[in-house]
Design a protein around this ligand. Structure first.
Ligand code: IYR
Length: 224
């Protein structure tokens, strides 16, 4: 291998196999409780909790380690209202015209509609942007690699971290969501990836009765 600036892998930890099993059992039991929530409480959440979850997200692997993401944390009522209005306008179009019958049928069990009160109720909206390029301060552009895969991985870690903290999230994707660039003043080189709604669930929150596929349904193992 070529020489490159390196340091020892000092923080890696190996566990005895029994401990591996126990750790994964515990992790699965915890992550299996995570549900996408649409009924949010307006109870405040300290900003340092969000910052810590974002630091965790930023450990995600990324193409050439260029970390091609940007997160905008929105807590102000005025901006949340603007986002709600723009998102609901798109969603109205979606539910009334754009969505195919097939798509609407697939959404039926989730009970979703164009009404998005949670965009104002929840204490935080985190707009996730994917950067196709880095816009350097001197005007140069640096190409990013695998920005969608990378940003998806970072977002996965973010929702996991927020769940570990005991918060609920909703991965919301109003489509199209270009309005986020305008409202949040982000450059054209950034594509809105996802709008994450974050907070405590409402006391009476309900969730769809969904089933998860079993291991044999979603995995194959090739042993020779
Ligand atoms: N963006 C719309 C529709 C929607 C689409 C999918 I795919 C979902 O999993 C859920 C909703 C909405 O947020 O209502």
């Amino acid at each position: 291998m070529k020489s490159y600036p390196s340091i020892p892998l000092a923080r890696y930890r190996e566990y005895p196999v029994e401990e591996m099993r126990q750790r994964l059992k515990d992790f699965y039991a915890d992550i299996d409780r995570r549900r996408t929530v649409r009924d949010f409480s307006d109870r405040p959440v300290p900003i340092d909790i969000i910052e810590s979850a974002l630091r965790a997200a930023n450990t995600a692997p990324s193409g050439a380690n260029l970390q091609p993401w940007h997160f905008v944390v929105v807590s102000g009522a005025e901006t949340k209202k603007k986002i709600r209005e723009a998102a609901e306008a798109e969603e109205q179009e979606f539910y009334e015209h754009r969505a195919s019958e097939e798509w609407l049928a697939a959404l039926e069990p989730l009970g979703t509609d164009a009404d998005k009160p949670f965009l104002e109720t929840a204490p935080y909206l985190i707009a996730v942007f994917l950067q196709k390029f880095a816009d350097l301060p001197d005007g140069r552009k640096v190409k990013h690699y695998y920005p969608a895969e990378s940003t998806g991985l970072a977002t996965g870690i973010l929702i996991t971290a927020l769940h570990v903290a005991g918060l609920a999230t909703l991965t919301h994707t109003p489509s199209p969501m270009k309005f986020l660039n305008e409202i949040l003043n982000r450059p054209k080189s950034e594509r809105p990836f996802l709008l994450l709604v974050v907070g405590y669930p409402a006391a009476n929150a309900r969730v769809p009765d969904i089933k998860r596929k079993s291991l044999s349904e979603f995995c194959s193992f090739i042993k020779e």
